[in-house]
Design a protein around this ligand. Structure first.
Ligand SMILES: NC(=O)c1ccc[n+]([C@@H]2O[C@H](COP(=O)([O-])OP(=O)(O)OC[C@H]3O[C@@H](n4cnc5c(N)ncnc54)[C@H](O)[C@@H]3O)[C@@H](O)[C@H]2O)c1
Length: 304
């Protein structure tokens, strides 16, 4: 297929591009490089440094593509509290402009990067896709819900094929966000540089960590879907954050002190995906377990 990836110079997009190329798809990336890395773009990819908000350019680039994988977004939760207008403009308006360009270019298939944050404080575990959307504690979460709703609307109004993928906690090589707020890359970098690890809630929060190659695979499989699908992408295994720290200590072979940062407002105690639906709809299963995924991630950061 001819696939256009928005945000393809970012962490997750770069892995999705790689897998698409390996499986014989042709890949176009649009990314404004506001956060992305130009060096992540393989020479086989047709790259356009374009913002989602430049609808006219999108309308020129899109014709002839079979599907869009929409990953471009501002993602940093803390930044979204300080810059709600920029987040709403970039994520929500950017998505509406993209959807309009897709409609005009008659592409009509979109796979959208959403997040487990849309569930807010879950009422039960594991979380299933028909669980209600939850109260949000920051503008980022509201932009994700709103982007999801617009994608669904374009399915209802214009018969777009829409797959909404709700990621749990992605991690893996190549995660170089600025600023980095995600646990695993920060833990690994602290330990490798022999600095204390700042830890909230004494690391008692439970998360469902999904290795980047497994996450990428879900996108490629979702290209085959028609109609509207909402799918969790997680492993259905909850792990305490403190246990992740201990595993990293074990793999690296030494420990550093833990800096107790107390409690942090807005953190949910536990997030674990039900992966029953994605297994049924896509035949998808997570293949890389946490020990192996952490080893690969540590090797990446050692090489930096
Ligand atoms: N990383 C995670 O833990 C996580 C979890 C859940 C959901 N997601 C979602 O996955 C997607 C990808 O996340 P990531 O970790 O790869 O982030 P990232 O910041 O590494 O990549 C996002 C890319 O989008 C680009 N971008 C942002 N706004 C743009 C715009 N207006 N026009 C064109 N390009 C633009 C950035 O330059 C960047 O390259 C995002 O939609 C994010 O919300 C990520």
């Amino acid at each position: 297929m001819k696939v256009l990836v928005t945000g393809g110079a970012g962490f997750i997009g770069s892995h999705v591009n790689k897998l698409l190329l390996e499986q014989g798809h042709s890949v176009t990336v649009i990314d404004d490089l506001s956060k992305g890395h130009k060096e992540y773009i393989d020479p086989k990819i047709k790259f356009h440094q374009v913002s989602l908000e430049d609808q006219e350019q999108l309308e020129n680039i899109l014709p002839g593509h079979d599907a869009v994988i929409h990953m471009a977004s501002f993602i940093e939760v803390g930044e979204s509290v300080k810059k709600p207008v920029e987040f709403a403009q970039n994520n929500i308006i950017g998505t509406v402009k993209l959807l309009e360009a897709i409609r005009i270019a008659d592409v009509k298939k979109i796979i959208f990067s959403s997040s487990a944050c849309v569930y807010g404080l879950p009422k039960k575990l594991p979380i299933t896709e028909d669980d209600p959307l939850g109260e949000q504690e920051n503008p980022y979460g509201i932009t994700k819900i709103s982007m999801e709703q617009f994608c669904k609307l374009y399915h209802n109004l214009f018969e777009f094929d829409v797959a909404i993928l709700r990621y749990f906690n992605p991690y893996g090589p190549g995660e170089l966000h600025q600023p980095e707020t995600h646990a695993i890359p920060n833990f690994v970098k602290s330990i490798l540089s022999k600095k204390p690890i700042p830890l909230f809630w004494k690391g008692e929060q439970i998360r469902d960590f999904i290795y980047i190659d497994d996450l990428a695979q879900a996108h490629v499989l979702a290209l085959t879907l028609s109609g509207l699908h909402i799918l969790n992408v997680g492993t259905q295994t909850g792990v305490k954050v403190i246990d992740v720290v201990k595993k990293i200590f074990q793999i690296i072979g030494y420990e550093v002190p833990i800096e107790d940062k107390g409690e942090r407002k807005g953190d949910v105690p536990a997030l674990v995906a039900s992966s029953e639906k994605i297994q049924k709809v896509l035949g998808w299963n997570a293949k890389v377990d946490l020990d192996e995924g952490l080893k690969r991630t540590i090797d990446f950061f050692k090489s930096q």
